[in-house]
Ligand binder design. Structure first.
Ligand SMILES: C[S@@+](CC[C@H](N)C(=O)[O-])C[C@H]1O[C@@H](n2cnc3c(N)ncnc32)[C@H](O)[C@@H]1O
Length: 377
């Protein structure tokens, strides 16, 4: 099992770091019993909590979701995470799930697991499973993916989890059209990719294209402005969560030397169409900046006598990234959350000053950690 996980991990790494030839689709590893078992025993367990965190942090109202489409479903990971996140909010209304994959074995597994979770979590609804082939996602284009009772309905939640990296270049290029064609006003799109440069940048590129078509970002960005990470070829954006890995994951990690103490992933939630917008411009350029909401996109960096974080937002300077700095001697009861801030926290700042590309906090500057109820105000 560990050997199969390691082989899969190396393959995923090639794809997500951009060293593989993306004009080719990946081999359908779901058809290989050892890889299929390894995916279920390891990656299903590792990916599900990341997706649940995205549902919970992005403020999607799961109560309003009744039709889900999971593209590249694998063992049903993202659909199962949607069922669990709904259960955690006490939702038991009907949820129709349509899942697409090019592996028949993955689709059978997804069918079994989704049925099991439906019954465990008391969530009725219909399921439909459609097989697509690597270069042509035919169920998407002919819309035969929804359960027959729902064939005229469009999904109000579209999930693409860890699949972008496996789509060949042609499918990636057509994806914005395909998604835009399937979604209706109010449909959410949840994308999750590994926190690797190539795959995360693919998700950010998809975000930018959809934003030019009027989609709005709900998470993690505070606005629909072009993603600043794409301006520098070295940059990307990702989240990092601590977790306690369950025993099967810990055991496999012992054999492979892989470590899953931290869950790193690049999440993205968009909605079609853009409601009124637009993103608030966060703060004047004068000497008493009131800024927010901002998304922290780095770890806290500690230097001699000061600490810094990088924040993302649409600033009145015209930029989207700024460094926020607090000298240790300026720590006060107004800004005492600063040393505890972490990647992807959402904050508001009151009463700071600006020096070049830096936001400078003083003793009287307030730093307020906001609820994670979506990326924008
Ligand atoms: C890394 S797995 C992700 C599975 C699941 N979504 C998750 O997050 O755990 C990628 C999935 O995408 C599927 N896939 C890759 N290319 C595809 C394509 N062109 N059409 C349909 N499914 C595809 C693979 O078979 C595989 O199940």
């Amino acid at each position: 099992m560990a050997a199969a996980v390691k082989t899969l991990s190396d393959q995923f790494l090639d794809r997500t770091t951009g060293t593989a030839d993306t004009s080719m689709s990946m081999i359908p590893y779901g058809e290989n019993p050892a890889f299929l078992a390894a995916y279920i025993r390891y990656y299903l367990l590792v990916n599900t909590p990341k997706l649940i965190a995205i549902f919970e942090d992005s403020g999607i109202d799961l109560q309003t979701i009744s039709r889900v489409l999971d593209i590249g479903t694998g063992p049903g990971t993202a659909a199962i995470a949607a069922l669990i996140a709904g259960y955690r909010c006490g939702i038991h209304s009907s949820l129709d799930i349509a899942a697409i994959d090019h592996s028949a074995a993955f689709l059978r597994t997804a069918g079994n697991l989704i049925r099991r979770f439906r019954s465990l979590l008391d969530r009725p609804g219909t399921d439909s499973f459609s097989r697509s082939f690597p270069s042509l996602p035919s169920p998407l284009t002919d819309r035969s993916f929804m359960p027959s009772s729902q064939s005229t309905g469009s999904p109000d939640l579209i999930l693409v989890s860890n699949a972008l990296a496996e789509f060949d270049t042609s499918l990636q290029n057509r994806l914005p059209d395909i998604l835009d064609g399937i979604a209706v006003p109010g449909s959410y799109l949840v994308v999750m990719e590994p926190a690797r440069k190539a795959s995360a940048r693919r998700a950010l590129h998809l975000r930018n294209v959809l934003c030019t078509r009027g989609w709005a970002v709900r998470y993690p960005c505070p606005g629909d402005y072009p993603c600043p990470a794409l301006e520098c070829p070295r940059d990307w954006c990702h989240h990092r969560l601590t977790w306690t890995a369950p025993p099967p994951v810990r055991t496999i990690d012992r054999y492979t030397g892989m470590e899953k103490d931290l869950l790193n992933f690049s999440p993205l939630v968009l909605i079609k169409p853009k409601p009124m917008d637009s993103t608030p411009v966060v703060g004047p350029t004068d000497l008493s900046l009131h800024l927010g909401p901002l998304r922290i996109v780095s770890e806290l960096r500690s230097y001699k006598g000061k600490q810094e974080i990088t924040v993302c937002g649409r600033f009145s300077t015209g930029g989207q990234l700024m460094i926020c700095m607090l000298e240790n001697k300026r720590l006060s009861r107004y800004n005492d959350v600063f040393p505890d801030l972490a990647r992807y926290d959402r904050i508001r700042i009151e009463g700071a000053t600006r020096r070049g590309d830096r936001i400078i906090l003083s003793e009287s500057s307030r730093v307020i950690r906001l609820e994670n109820d979506g990326g924008q105000e």
